[in-house]
Structures are given as C-alpha cells and as structure tokens.
Design a protein around this ligand. Structure first.
Ligand SMILES: Cc1cc2nc3c(=O)[nH]c(=O)nc-3n(C[C@H](O)[C@H](O)[C@H](O)COP(=O)(O)OP(=O)(O)OC[C@H]3O[C@@H](n4cnc5c(N)ncnc54)[C@H](O)[C@@H]3O)c2cc1C
Ligand SMILES: NC(=O)c1ccc[n+]([C@@H]2O[C@H](COP(=O)([O-])OP(=O)(O)OC[C@H]3O[C@@H](n4cnc5c(N)ncnc54)[C@H](O)[C@@H]3O)[C@@H](O)[C@H]2O)c1
Length: 444
C-alpha cells in the first residue's frame, strides 16, 4: 500500500481549511496545511474580522445620531485610532489559529503550493504527498482591465488606511462597495460610488437596497449609475476617473470593488487535469473534483451558495466528517443567512421576496415597519422594514430586514426557518425579555 506524508493536505489556511483541519488533526489523522501568506486567510486578516472592527464606531455613530436630542454633542471618528484598534484586535489572530493547528498536530508549511500530480504538492522546494488534497485557496480582488488600473486600490488597502482621504471614489456597488462607502462616509470622506448599471447588491430585496442608497445619499454619498469606468489617470497628487460617455471625476483615492476572482492560476490545475471555470473549481456533491483524490472547499469552489465565511466553515466541517468516515452522504447545505454591514444593516435568509412574489400560490408574504414595534423605539430607529415569508402551512421559510439590528433579527429567526418550526415549537422557544430576539420572535 502506498504511504503518503499526510492523510489530508490542504492548500490555503482560511476558514475553508482550519475549521475542518483542526478537528481532523484532533481525531488522529496526519494533516498538513500549506499557506503562502497569513495563517487564517482572508476573513480574520483582511475580511470580516478586520472590517467589523473598523465598522463598530461607524454603527455607533449612527445610533448616536438617532438619539442626538438625548445624547448631545457632535461625534467624529478618529480614523487613525480606529485603525490602531483594528490592528490590536486582529493582529494576534494568525498566531492564535496557528496555535490551534499546532495543538492538534497539524503541520503548517509556508510557501506557495503547486500540484504536481493527484497526490503530490510542491511547496518551498519540497514534494509533499497526501492521500487526499483539499484546495481551499479562496479569492483575491478583481483588478479592472483598464488603463491606469494600477492607481486603484483594493479592500485590504482600504482597511490599512491610517488617514481617510478627503475624496474617495468606489467602483462597484456590491458588498464591499456599499460597506466601505458607509464607513468612509461616516469617517468624513466625500464618497462617490460609480456603478456600471443601476442596481446595487443584486442578491438582496431591491426596495430595501433603494432605502440604503437613499439614506447614504442623504448623508452625502453620490451614486453615479450606468457609467462604466474606462480609464484612470494621474494629475499631480490627484486622480481622474474616466467613464464612458465623457464622464470625468477628480478624486484622491480609488477603491476597485468590482468583485473577487479565484486563486487558481498558480495551482497547475490543467497539468493535473482538475476541471475549473473562471468562477472557480468544479466539484461534485461531495466537494470532490474530477480527480478523485483532490477536493475543494470555501470561496474557490464554483458554486451557487454565497461565498461567505459560514459557507466555508460548513464545507470544511463536511469534508472533515467525510474524511473521518462519519458521513458518506452528499453535502446538504442548510439555509445560509447573509448580511451587508451598512448602517442600517441589510440581512436575509431562506426564500427571497423575489421567489415568493413569483410563486404567490406557494408563499404568504407579511410586511412589518420596524419602528412600529415598541422595542425598536427604545433605540429610536427611524427607518427599517422587514418581510417575512411563510409557506401555506404558515411555517416561516424566509425573512429579510433592513434595520440597525437586521443581523440579530435574522439570526434570531434562523432556527424557525432552518428547522421548520411549527406553532408548538415556536411557543416553547422563549427568549430573554426585552430583547431583539424576543421582539423578532413575537412576529411569528
Ligand atoms: C473585505 C471583505 C469582507 C468580508 N466580510 C465578510 C463578512 O462580513 N462575513 C462573511 O461571512 N464573509 C465575509 N467575507 C468573505 C470571507 O472572507 C470569505 O468567504 C472567507 O474568507 C473564505 O474562506 P476560504 O478559506 O475559502 O478562503 P480564504 O480565507 O481567502 O483563504 C485562502 C488562503 O489560501 C491562500 N493561498 C492561495 N493560493 C495559495 C497557494 N497556491 N498556496 C498556498 N496558499 C495559497 C491565501 O493566501 C489565503 O490565505 C469578506 C471578504 C472580504 C474580502
Ligand atoms: N458582509 C459580507 O458578508 C461581505 C462583505 C464584503 C465582502 N464579502 C464577500 O466578498 C466577495 C466580494 O465582494 P465584492 O463587493 O467585491 O463583490 P460583489 O460581487 O458583491 O460586487 C461587485 C460589484 O462590482 C460590480 N462590477 C463588476 N464588474 C464591474 C466592472 N467591470 N465595472 C464596474 N462595476 C463592476 C458588480 O456589478 C457588483 O456590483 C463576495 O463574495 C462577498 O461574499 C462579503
């Protein structure tokens, strides 16, 4: 029988890897993890964790604005201090995650991994062999293919800014475009978002997206719609963003937020015969590629599920159970909730409003205006709406909300959606009172 260096060798050390690699190591499997950059990947170092620290005073400033006649005085965000706080919170995460890997005897190998064959990865000049290989190399920022694209920055650069530019232009109105426009606006920048079309956050309920855009506009953000950026030029210490049909705008700093692309080029996929598309690696229902010993997890998979940390964690844990022989079933994704961290937040889970509206024979739609709830008046929320979607048996199957606490509301409703609770279970699940969860549950 062939002996390999590892039972399982992961390429990449993000959530698509470590949430499964650590318990697999703990079960006694020989596990290796190859990483070319910071341990933990995007989410802890330059994604969710970094972003939510920077956003915290932004959300707080918004709450204070709502109660300005009670808590008086002007509040400003000291961006340099915010940046220092972010560094203090996240800088220890790679060592923390590496500590967990070490504790469970998972080898960490630094370097760029490149497949040599179905069981061998070349890293740091050495061949490492494994019974199974998991590709979990994630995504990187897209770079617009236009003249002057080198003058634009990415989300990581934004999150490392120590001085907030006076004028900031964001290209793209997806997650990053909208969240970072919110942060930069609250920190005092004059923000312009240039959009190729007219729709932001396409996966979300558009009337709620329109509320967020109108609110940001009121706060000073400019949305330039139906404009494709065709070039960026430098003019002394400023930049000019050139759009089609003669659009031109002077700015101090440009964020290219036009999406993210899979990290697959360096892997040698074609030589080993692993199938992929421009959206990532093709896998079957067992997250297995067409090469039987090679699997993939996390953002690098070409998939319909949202490319989010909870999805990567679920996939990583699924593979851990599969490799440990604890399941032989195909992956069965639960409801994946999602949120855009604007102020107010926009969150959703389960059946979307668009799906429900398209099938009125299957679904019942209920709408609520958030400030109508006495508990939401405590924090003086002035805007906010939600839509709850029920099936014909009045089981909750979907929900979306725009409000300051939308993320907490959707989390609170999630058990009802995921486990299809009936009236009896809903009555038996009680919450701390008063609380967001109690308030959300009261709607069922
Ligand atoms: C700005 C930003 C904010 C985000 N905010 C949220 C949020 O609020 N909530 C949420 O759920 N999700 C958020 N996400 C998405 C989330 O970060 C990803 O879904 C998650 O990190 C995916 O994990 P992963 O393990 O698949 O990939 P990654 O975390 O990207 O890890 C891949 C790792 O592979 C390494 N690698 C790549 N190629 C090689 C190679 N050849 N050899 C060795 N190593 C390699 C990379 O260096 C990287 O460390 C955000 C993303 C960004 C960019
Ligand atoms: N809250 C969260 O969970 C969160 C936050 C940030 C990022 N993320 C993840 O990070 C990933 C990337 O986020 P993102 O915002 O970069 O991508 P995105 O796909 O959400 O948005 C990209 C935007 O750029 C636009 N665009 C694409 N090509 C363009 C072009 N040539 N010119 C102009 N506009 C163009 C798109 O229309 C879209 O509006 C996503 O997978 C997301 O899941 C998640």
């Amino acid at each position: 029988m062939t002996t390999y260096d590892y039972d399982v060798l992961y390429i990449g050390s993000g959530h698509g890897t470590f949430d499964g690699a650590i318990p697999l190591g703990a079960k006694g499997f020989k596990v290796g993890v190859i990483e070319q950059d910071l341990i933990g990947g995007t989410c802890p170092n330059r994604g969710c964790n970094a972003k939510i620290v920077l956003d915290s005073p932004v959300a707080l400033k918004r709450h204070l604005a709502d109660v300005h006649h009670i808590v008086t005085g002007e509040t400003t965000i000291d961006w340099a201090a915010n940046q220092a706080h972010k560094r203090a919170v996240i800088s220890g995460l790679p060592a923390f995650i590496q500590g967990l890997l070490d504790e469970h005897s998972v080898d960490v190998i630094f370097g760029q991994g490149q497949l040599l064959d179905a069981h061998t990865v070349l890293v740091a000049g050495q061949n490492k062999t494994a019974d199974k290989i998991v590709i979990a190399t994630g995504l990187r920022p897209n770079r617009l293919a236009i003249p002057g694209s080198e003058f634009a920055h990415d989300s990581e650069d934004f999150m490392n800014l120590t001085v907030m530019p006076k004028r900031l232009t964001i290209i793209g109105a997806g997650y990053i475009g909208m969240e970072f426009a919110t942060m930069a606006n609250a920190a005092g920048a004059k923000v312009t978002v240039v959009m190729r079309g007219s729709q932001a956050l396409r996966a979300y309920h558009q009337p709620f997206v329109a509320q967020i855009m109108a609110d940001l506009t009121k706060r000073g953000v400019t949305f330039v719609t139906d404009t494709a950026v065709i070039a960026i030029t430098q003019q002394r210490e400023h930049f000019i963003v050139h759009g089609d049909e003669g659009f031109e705008m002077q700015t101090d700093w440009i964020l290219d937020a036009t999406g993210r692309v899979p990290n697959i080029e360096s892997l040698n996929l074609a030589k080993v015969g692993v199938k992929y598309t421009p959206k990532g690696i093709v896998v079957d229902q067992y997250l297995r590629t067409n090469v039987p010993s090679i699997y993939a997890a996390g953002d690098v998979i070409d998939k319909t599920q949202p490319r989010l940390t909870p999805t990567a964690i679920f996939e990583s844990k699924y593979l851990m159970h599969l490799f440990a022989g604890e399941t032989s079933a195909p992956i069965d994704y639960p409801v994946v909730p999602s949120v855009v961290f604007t102020s107010p937040r926009l969150a959703q889970a389960g059946v979307t409003v668009a799906e429900a509206e398209a099938h009125p024979d299957q679904y019942v739609i209920e709408k609520h205006h958030v400030p109508d709830d006495w508990y939401r008046q405590v924090e003086q929320e002035t805007m906010g709406d939600n839509v709850l979607i029920f099936d014909q048996k009045h089981t909750l199957v979907g929900a979306t909300e725009v409000s300051h606490r939308a993320d907490d509301v959707i989390n609170a409703l999630l058990p009802a959606i995921t486990f299809q609770y009936g009236a009896e279970e809903i009555e038996r699940l009680i919450h701390v009172f008063p609380s967001i969860a109690a308030s959300a549950w009261d709607q069922l």
